[in-house]
Every structure is written in C-alpha cells, then in structure tokens.
Design a protein around this ligand. Structure first.
Ligand code: F0G
Length: 370
C-alpha cells in the first residue's frame, strides 16, 4: 500500500498535530503523514474547580479524551507510526495498560501496518480492549503486570523486526509535547501550574519538553510549575523505589517501574514542581465531581490530576504559590470516561426497573405527585 503521497485527510481546517506543529517535530517532506486529525482538544474552563482551588485561581481542563481514540496517546502515535512507515517498518509492537494499545492499533490500521499488543491479563478497561480487537491488533494477554509486559516488548523488539511504539520510542514523546503547545496557544502564555497524572511518566516528560521548546522559540515567556500525580498504591517516583506489585483502581497508571522515571524527575525539579500521590478514594471522588459538576466524563486515571488539584488546594499550595496574584491552572484529563464503563456503573446506583406506569415512574424519579 502506498501512503507516501496521500494528502492528509482533512475535516475543517485542523490538519492534525504533525501539520499543525511541523517545524517542531522530527518529520521531513519525505515522511508520510499518518493522521486521524488528532489534537486541537478543548481547554475547558471549570467554574467548579476554580472555586475549589481558591481565590483568584482560574482552572482549565485539557480534555484529551476527545482525541480520535479517546486519549492523549494519539499525539505521540501519529508521529511514531508516520516514522515507522517512513522507516519501512511492517509491524509495530507495544505493551499497554490499554490506551497506548488502542491508539497504536488504530494508527497501524490506518497505515496498513500489523500491530501487536501485550496487555496485563484481566487488568485493562474493557473499552480499550475492544478498541485493540476491532482495529485488528494481535493481542496477547500476559499473566503479568504492565512493567513485565513492557520488559517483554522491549526484548521482542530487539530480536524481531518490529517497531516498539511505547513512549520509550522518542517519536512518541515528540508528538505528545504538542499538548503543551496547544495549552500555550489557547491561553496566549503558559499556565502558572500544570497538573497531570503520572504512569510510565512519558507525558510529563513530553509536556515539559514542549514548554521548554516554546520558551526557547519565544512563544511564551515563563514556564509553568509541573505537578504530577501517581496513585498511592502505584507511586514508585513518590516513594523513590520500584513498586513490584502496583495496586490501584486507576488501571491506566497501575505502573511500578516507569520507563521515563529519570526525565520525570528532571521535569519536576526544573519546573520547581512536585510528584505526589493521591488515594483511590480521592481519584474516584474527583472522577464523580468532574462528571457531576462539570459535565465531563474522564477515565479514573485522568481524574488523578483533579484529585491532585483538590488536595493541593486543601493544603494551601495555590494560596502560597500565588500570594494574592491570579493563577492560571491546567489539569490534563488524559482519557475519555467511556473507556471504562464498568467503573462508571460501579461508582453509581443502578437504575430501578419499573412497569410502564406514569405514577410509578414519576414517583421513582423523584417527580412526586401531581
Ligand atoms: N492517563 C491515562 C488515561 C493513561 O492511559 C496513561 C498511560 C497515563 C495517564 C499516564 O501517562 O504513562 O505518560 O505517565 N497509559 C499507558 C498505556 C501506560 O499503556 O496506555 P504516562
């Protein structure tokens, strides 16, 4: 299949992240652009969270769940898959807690490449598994956690002619930095504080690179403080040691030995930020609050950034940082809530089953008598 000269599929004027940020990305005129028009996700003001963050705080949500496969991974995948095609690769491989595999399999399908994905058996959300399957990936469910799957994927890619598209592939990080570019483009500057969930730590690495490059090019003047959040039962960076059996309901960030550990620490320290942990209870509270007060359905792992925002506000962090100045704060919502419908249902009351009777229905749904 020849993809090299196919013009990018366009809808409206957004051309996808490679065309939108071409001078910042490792592509040339010879790189075939494999895109599903990812990026350009909305930066949504949150009145509910602004109020909770404290006086003079303005909180925005970068809703990455609106990417083509429902997560931020598409930003990195468009670059990784385009470069794989340019390098004449015929197959791509990844280990995944779900979203990377959904994205890899979709972009590989688009490019006419084979995709192989290794997932921890029984440990990824159903929506994500359904994506890899329907896009035609060869899926292997491994009786091990994500960290072991990634080690296996690295070894396979060293021995067989397959391109590894986890975030250890530098093209992934390059693409994902466009998330930071878009935030700056929307605000006209960098935010004061940028909060993000941390799993394998690729995204925090990528965002920091994006902000630094934008400042080097004079697009922004100051850099944000980066705050990363791991789940308490899967918080190796916070604890300073590998977690052999990570545990959390936030399956996307159930990672005990992040590949980009060192660069996450650099991002944390250079930005004068922090990487902290939030409990599953805090994550689920933030998950419901987002859905019920902001109308935004993000997956539980995404809500880690909002849980971190609420905990930081409670601890007086923003008041100390702002010292009376207004603060612009951005939380990254990394993936869509529909990825994990089971969790949404478990977090809610099941609806009653009723006869088709006006009075019974009116009573059950709280409309009372008339
Ligand atoms: N949020 C979601 C929804 C994710 O899927 C991931 C990572 C993260 C946050 C953390 O990002 O790894 O760059 O620190 N998911 C990977 C996957 C590991 O396989 O889909 P990170």
């Amino acid at each position: 299949m020849s993809v090299a000269r196919t013009p990018p599929a366009r809808a409206g004027s957004w051309p996808g992240v490679i065309e939108a940020y071409r001078p910042y990305l490792p592509v040339s005129a010879k790189t075939p652009v494999i895109t599903l028009l990812e990026g350009n996700t909305p930066l949504i003001h949150s009145p509910a969270l602004s109020e909770r963050a404290g006086r003079r705080c303005r909180v925005y949500l970068k809703y990455e769940g609106l990417n083509p496969t429902g997560s931020f991974k598409d930003r990195g995948m468009t670059v990784a898959i385009s470069k794989a095609v340019e390098a004449k690769s015929v197959a791509v491989l990844c280990a995944s807690t779900g979203n990377t595999s959904a994205s890899a399999s979709a972009y590989a399908a688009r490019a006419g490449l084979r995709s192989i994905v290794l997932i921890p058996s029984g440990a990824i959300a159903l929506g994500k598994l359904s994506q890899a399957l329907i896009h035609g990936a060869e899926v292997a469910a491994i009786e091990a956690n994500f960290d072991a799957c990634l080690a296996l994927a690295r070894e396979l890619s060293a021995r067989y002619p397959v391109t590894l598209v986890n975030s250890v592939n530098p093209h992934r990080i390059e693409g994902q930095k466009t998330g930071a570019f878009e935030i700056c483009d929307a605000l006209g500057q960098a935010p004061d504080v940028h909060l993000t969930p941390v799993g394998n730590a690729g995204n925090i690495t990528a965002h920091w690179r994006g902000y630094r490059e934008y400042r080097a090019k004079g697009r922004i003047r100051k850099l944000p403080v980066l705050l990363g959040f791991q789940a308490a039962g899967a918080a190796p960076i916070v604890r300073g040691r590998v977690v052999p059996r990570p545990k959390t309901i936030a399956s996307a960030i159930r990672i005990g030995n992040p590949a980009s550990w060192r660069s996450a620490i650099i991002a944390r320290d250079e930005s004068r930020g922090a990487i902290a942990s939030v409990s599953d209870r805090q994550i689920l509270d933030a998950y419901r609050l987002l859905a019920q007060e902001d109308g935004i359905f993000a997956e539980p792992s995404s809500a880690a950034s909002v849980a971190g925002l609420l905990a930081s506000a409670k601890a007086g962090y923003f008041a100390r940082l702002g010292r009376g100045r207004p603060l612009t704060i951005v939380c990254i919502l990394t993936g869509h809530g529909l990825k994990d419908p089971e969790r949404a249902i478990k977090s809610s009351q099941m609806p009653p089953t009723l006869p088709p009777s006006l009075t019974a229905v009116a009573k059950a749904v709280g409309l009372g008598r008339r």
